[in-house]
Structures are given as C-alpha cells and as structure tokens.
Design a protein around this ligand. Structure first.
Ligand SMILES: [Ca+2]
Length: 203
C-alpha cells in the first residue's frame, strides 16, 4: 500500500470514528428551557424533544412536591392521568452501530399505597422494552435503566411513554446516549493499526 492510499485510509478511519461518536442527542436531563423554580407545566416542551398529542407530560423544577430530579434541577413526569403520554427525540445515528440509552426512572412521591408503574422505551427498528419504576416509598426512589438498540438509519427516533392505569405517575430524568463499546473499539483498533503501519513505513 502506498503512502497516499494509507493516508486516505487513515482519513477515512478518522471520519468514521468522528461520525460514530457524534450523535447530537441533547437535553436528556430536561434542563432546557429553564422554568420557574418550584413549578410544573404541561405547556412547555423540553428543547429537542417532541410530545405526543394530546399530552400531559409535565416538566417540573425542584423543589416539587411530587417528584425529584436525579440530575440538575428539572425532570419530567409522564402523567398517567391523561391515559397515554409519550416524549420522543430524533437524533443522528450510524447504521449498524449499537447504542445505549441510560435513564433514571422513578415514581411520583406521595402514593398512598405501594404502587409500581411501567414505561416503554422504543427506538426506530428495535422492539419496545418495558421498565418498572421502583415501588413507591417515602423517599425519592429511582432505578437507573439501560435500553439498547442498533441503528437502522442515519437518524433514530427514541420514545419514552406510558399507557395509563396508574394512580401515580412515572418520573424520568438523566437520559444519556452512548455508543456500546465493541464496534467503536474495534474501529479505533483498526485505525490505530493503519496509522502505526503508516508511521513504521515512514521511519
Ligand atoms: Ca434533570
């Protein structure tokens, strides 16, 4: 392989690595836009997200009597009083790459008896998966959960929702998108090998 081809190979690898780690998933902590401290509203949609219609997805800012954020000062309640509520975001993905959505899932504080809610998470081309909240307690309990999907397109829609039937509602915060290590690591290893060969040939 001549130097020109190897340089092109190296650049291609760098471009692949850049695109594989640049998914612009944003506002997973629901901190934007900032609402008044101690209030909640279904009239504001968190930036970068879309809500189902009709929707009673509540954006809240601590201190709030019924829910507590796990990251920052704001979070959302998928308010089951409305029957069915969902929130979704569309973001760039690389076909064939596996991603993990991690999130903190709680339940509204104040349930008069132990209650456990469920939400579903879905992503384009991947089956829905259901997650249970902690059983309601006198503390701000939550579970950190992980949903994995393999991208089938250059953009993916991920949705978090519930279908009602609960007296108290699921609380969601701290949604983060990461690439599952294997493909990226292998790609980096391949690129490192190309670059090392290139450097060795130059020496
Ligand atoms: Ca937050």
């Amino acid at each position: 392989m001549n130097h020109k081809l190897m340089t092109l190979g190296g650049l291609a690898c760098l471009a692949l690595v850049a695109s594989a780690s640049g998914a612009p998933f944003t506002n997973g902590s629901f901190e934007d836009p900032q609402i008044t401290t101690g209030t909640y509203t279904d009239g504001v949609t968190p930036s970068s997200w879309s809500k189902s219609t009709p929707s009673n997805v509540l954006l809240f800012a601590a201190p709030f009597d019924y829910a507590n954020p796990t990251d920052g000062v704001q979070g959302i309640v998928l308010n089951s009083a409305n029957g069915s509520d969902a929130i979704s975001q569309t973001f760039d993905t690389v076909v064939g790459t596996t991603y993990a959505l991690t999130f903190d899932l709680g339940i509204e504080y104040g349930a008069p008896k132990p209650e456990q809610d469920q939400i579903y998470v879905s992503a384009t081309g991947t089956a829905d998966q259901w997650f249970s909240t902690p059983v309601s307690t006198a503390t701000w309990a939550y579970n950190t959960e992980v949903y994995q999907f393999t991208a089938t397109g250059s953009s993916t829609v991920a949705e978090f929702g519930q279908v009602g039937g609960f007296n108290y509602s699921p609380v969601l915060d701290n949604v983060q998108l990461t690439i599952v290590p294997e493909p990226a690591s292998l790609l980096l290893l391949g690129c490192a090998t190309v670059l090392m060969i290139k450097r060795h040939r130059r020496a």
